[in-house]
Design a protein around this ligand. Sequence first.
Ligand SMILES: NC(=O)c1ccc[n+]([C@@H]2O[C@H](COP(=O)([O-])OP(=O)(O)OC[C@H]3O[C@@H](n4cnc5c(N)ncnc54)[C@H](OP(=O)(O)O)[C@@H]3O)[C@@H](O)[C@H]2O)c1
Length: 318
Amino acid sequence: MDYRFCGASGLQLPLISLGMWHNFGDNDSYSVMKDIVWTAFDKGVTHFDLANNYGPLPGSAETNFGRILSEGLNTHRDEIIVSSKAGHLMWDGPYGDGGSRKYLMASINQSLKRTGLEYFDIFYSHRYCPDTPLEETVQALIDIVKQGKALYIGLSKYPVDKAEEACRMMREQHVRCLIYQDRYNMLSRKPEEAHIDFLERERLGFIAFSPLAQGLLTNRYLNGIPQDSRAIKSGVFLHREDITPELIQKLTELNGLAAERGQSLAQMSLSWLLAKKTVTSVIAGASSAAQMDDSLKAIDNISFSDEELKRIDSILAD
Ligand SMILES: NC(=O)c1ccc[n+]([C@@H]2O[C@H](COP(=O)([O-])OP(=O)(O)OC[C@H]3O[C@@H](n4cnc5c(N)ncnc54)[C@H](OP(=O)(O)O)[C@@H]3O)[C@@H](O)[C@H]2O)c1
């Protein structure tokens, strides 16, 4: 595994991190998730990405990861980076969602309890909350760091102007924002238009979530929709009706190019992101250790010729 410095910080992240949004909940096999984590860690994946609401049930991914830690991974605590987040709906009533100090403080305490950790390495505001003064959210994040409950602060999915304002507020209190997290993959390219200047100006790390477009940018859907795929099992964020013949045609062409490069489509999709110098790490999900293993081979070839990049753009053009 190779590691990259996260923006202007001294913290390095592995090129590929493991995300636990799906496949780590109460309905998933504990032995499979444990296998995924150890397969990743054994190959140098030192960064594990959680959030308070990952499950289902919300919170269960943290509980399951806590169990994996307690069954051995914790002996490597100083070799790993664990992140969590709060910002989306987590519990009923006015204090279980958004960006208030009340929610963030309560949530990190709950997340620490579920995982059994003494601190998170990175704690994110999971989304910008338009109903909370930004100062309040930022102050809560700063205080979380000052209380030793997290080492670094991250922001996720913030509009660029709000992220920039938040970074300025942190700087004024001599705390730097470490990292910005957003969706980025070959099918979803908003960060290219909106974020690059901001990231360079603030010297932030950038970590791409859903780098495989939830499984679309893999071989999963090339020959129909498998019963054990996310589109069938969950279907909340990835809808079967979005998997159109036009999309499959493009994915098939991308798969052909990946094969020419000696890669699986998943590997090429991750490599395509890692070829960009703004990307510190990608947070890949996996529903099996075999998938994790396959994805990790992406790092063997992260360079693209101009012609390959042009072909990708033209396949995805409209
Ligand atoms: N900040 C945020 O708001 C936010 C939002 C979303 C995600 N995230 C983070 O990003 C992480 C990753 O997101 P994601 O789960 O959507 O990631 P993804 O990497 O885009 O998709 C993962 C899915 O792709 C399929 N897959 C993975 N590797 C494969 C391989 N080698 N071959 C074939 N199929 C493969 C699996 O689908 P099947 O399950 O169908 O097998 C897997 O569940 C999350 O766990 C979370 O940590 C953050």
